[in-house]
Design a protein around this ligand. Sequence first.
Ligand SMILES: CCCCNC(=S)N1C[C@H](O)[C@@H](O)[C@@H](O)[C@H]1CO
Length: 649
Amino acid sequence: MAPKKPPCLPSLLLPLLTLLLPQADTRSFIVDRENDRFLLDGAPFRFVSGSLHYFRVPRVLWADRLLKMRMSGLNAVQFYVPWNYHEPEPGVYNFNGSRDLTAFLNEASIADLLVILRPGPYICAEWEMGGLPAWLLQKPEIQLRTSDPDFLAAVDSWFKVLLPKLYPWLYHNGGNIISIQVENEYGSYKACDFTYMRHLAGLFRALLGDRILLFTTDGPEGLKCGSLQGLYSTVDFGPADNMTEIFALLRKYEPHGPLVNSEYYTGWLDYWGQNHSTRSISAVTKGLEAMLKLGASVNMYMFHGGTNFGYWNGADEKGRFLPITTSYDYDAPISEAGDPTPKLFALRNVISKFQEIPLGPLPPPSPKMMLGPLTLHLDGYLLSFLDILCPHGPIRSILPMTFEAVKQDHGFMLYRTYLTHTVSEPTQLWVPNNGVHDRAYVMVDGVFQGVLERNMKHQLFLIGKMGAKLDILLENMGRLSFGSNSSDFKGLLEPPVLGQTALTQWLMFPLKVDKLVKWWFPLPLLRSSHLQAPSGPTFYSTTFSILGEGGDTFLFLPGWTKGQVWINGFNLGRYWTRQGPQQTLYVPRPLLFSRGALNKITLLELENVPPEPQIQFLDRPILNSTLHKTYIYSLSADTQSPSEPMELS
Ligand SMILES: CCCCNC(=S)N1C[C@H](O)[C@@H](O)[C@@H](O)[C@H]1CO
């Protein structure tokens, strides 16, 4: 798909107007160091940009979100390209559907937004492994984000596919990409490997040419290691930071040229088990206005956050492992459901003081829908589907193997062994060196015993006869996306110990859960044997239809504990009702069939099924519930809107 060209013109006008319109050979975006500004086609230019990640929004909604950004007064959109989203296996590439990068570039062009593109290779972004593909860890000694030849070989191979796709979209070639970032906050990474950064800069120049503006972004403390000759240095900071101090520090690296904040935080990320993060409208607007008054160019991170569908969330490590939530609402100006918020209008008002805002109203919030409660029925226990979930059978090994070693990147793997002696007294099961990555659901002869969790104190005691089957289902909760000083392998990293005995002789079952759920859709092909296992992770489902057109909605799972959800075979993401802060999952209307057609929802509940296995669809999100409480909304008799939530526990 070629970049959008100027509209076709009557032939007699063309010669005249081509003198006026910037053509590919006269289009330019450069740094004017004499006047501390950018020049676009020779005219002074300042970008007011927002971050939107195409990989967190269904493709059918891209145009809607980009339009709302343009109508907010932005003139550019900034986004990453996650390597792992496009190269699922070495040498296998996917640029289709919601991965169609050039389609997104074209949508941005149609929305009249310039593009600031950040292809990594590492992107952070609270995304699984910061965008790096997990298959890199099949070489366990690889040194990520360094000049390690194994890492550079994979990077070169990837960029030789990606960067040529971007070349026609560069602004001076007729496209909308005005600048490209090299790496991401490299100065915050322990390696500080200038050979690596120089290699990347050389590769980008070789594949993108000399004219495109290449830049780096670092926090104030990262400029020293993150900056490189030939790459324009920019910083990132939020409303609570000292703009004057940070820009003064930036001037040590860029004495001349425009000041740029590449990530001005409009909100912040959420971790499971912590309260929902917010940033006040007054602080965010005040900080933006101060930067615009200085003539700085600013990108607001995030302008629309979207969702970590499937298993795509990343994680941080702050004393302990902190997985990012499914919702990436980020308290951003455009909500997770794509609705303009008061913060958007306040920011739009600030922007209007400095540059022209497109005329006309913003599109209204999308229609929302309530449905339910719906009762789900038991489809079967996870352990009873091993023949379908692991069709090639288990992998045998004396010691447990990691997900990466068996080439299972995401989701779940079952580890099975048999007790070599009878354990008649309750005996502790534990894994040395914090070796549970990340959560382990333990069963003995199919009976659920409890959970072992990364970074948490283990208190799990069990008994069992000689020959009893010990099953440990491992859940990968997402690989570290920031601050990881070592590679984040997943699975049982050490042999579990029962009492004083290290358990050996393991069977590993990589589980293709998504394939099973898709295969089931629309109706499960069940056998009675699937209902045999007495307990443990369980599939529940139901079908439902929407009479009218329907709308966006928010799946509410009162009383459920933790698991994964699929709607019509689409992996909506993780829920963790017990932990919060989010109690609902955003369900985009395009995922649903309307006018009476059949929809199907499937849950994989990993811990405890509520007495009443019900779910609801609400017309509003619950992202900041206080912890360890659950609510139920009952439809009030006189209206269809839910009454105030009633606390259940
Ligand atoms: C808790 C620290 C998380 C590190 N990430 C930081 S500072 N950020 C900078 C980073 O470049 C961006 O991708 C995002 O990850 C952003 C936080 O939303």
